[in-house]
Design a protein around this ligand. Structure first.
Ligand SMILES: Nc1nc2c(ncn2[C@@H]2O[C@H](COP(=O)(O)OP(=O)(O)OP(=O)(O)O)[C@@H](O)[C@H]2O)c(=O)[nH]1
Ligand SMILES: [Mg+2]
Length: 212
């Protein structure tokens, strides 16, 4: 899985071994990368901003606002006591996969009062990652319902928090009644390779779902 990730930023092309001859398409400068948009959604504080920040090769755009006592009643911080800020508009990052596939990754705000922005955020996206936390699985239902109803391909990614009980992906699938053809995976939003695996799974799934 490592090998498909562009290391262009580090001056290394993973596609080319030192003594391997270059293929014509690898030197074709007219070959433009394909740019696609994907969305990361899920409940409040599940790790959407963390995911975008972990994977982005550019400094991510963030719209974090400090949380105050005013939101104590609505925003449950028991699962994430260290959380000080919340996304009020969106996250934005970019990752280049396989040298000619650029993903623009948009993180949604998690709080219900900002959901009106989702319609704008998902416009033009090829698919979505629905992040879930097994301690509060029901928080991802609205995102699942949203993508089911608008027909956007999605995968379910369980962001495993330290100290929480670890479940198999198939248990999560059953709990959320996710159909068999939709990928469900356990990942860690803080680990780049884990996030990249999730994004690759989404791209593959979106390709499978898209009519020729
Ligand atoms: N232990 C652990 N902590 C995590 C993980 N992912 C995120 N966090 C922490 O959990 C908190 C929530 O992370 P965010 O990335 O802000 O969550 P979010 O989904 O963007 O939150 P909203 O935008 O407010 O809905 C932060 O304090 C992170 O440091 C994880 O995989 N493991
Ligand atoms: Mg956020």
């Amino acid at each position: 899985m490592d090998s498909v990730v562009s290391d262009a930023a580090h001056g290394v092309s993973p596609l080319v071994e030192a003594d391997e001859p270059l293929l014509p398409w690898q030197t074709d400068r007219t070959r433009a990368p394909i740019a696609t948009k994907i969305v990361v959604a899920g409940g409040f504080g599940v790790g959407k901003t963390t995911l975008v920040t972990t994977v982005s090769e550019i400094t991510p755009l963030q719209t974090e606002a400090l949380m105050t006592e005013a939101s104590e009643e609505t925003d449950d911080l028991t699962a994430t006591p260290g959380k000080l800020t919340t996304t009020v508009a969106m996250d934005f990052g970019r990752i280049t996969l396989d040298d000619d596939l650029v993903l623009y990754v948009f993180g949604t705000p998690g709080q219900q009062r900002f959901w009106f922005m989702w319609d704008d955020l998902v416009r033009g996206a090829i698919g979505a990652v629905v992040l879930a936390d097994t301690r509060r699985l029901k928080d991802c239902w609205p995102a699942l319902d949203y993508f089911e109803s608008c027909g956007l391909p999605y995968v379910v990614a369980v962001n495993h928090f330290d100290g929480s009980e670890r479940f198999d992906a198939e248990d999560v699938r059953e709990a959320l009644t996710i159909p068999a053809h939709i990928p469900v995976m356990i990942m860690d939003a803080r680990r780049r390779i884990s996030v990249i695996e999730t994004l690759l799974s989404l791209v593959g799934h979106a390709l499978d779902e898209t009519p020729e």
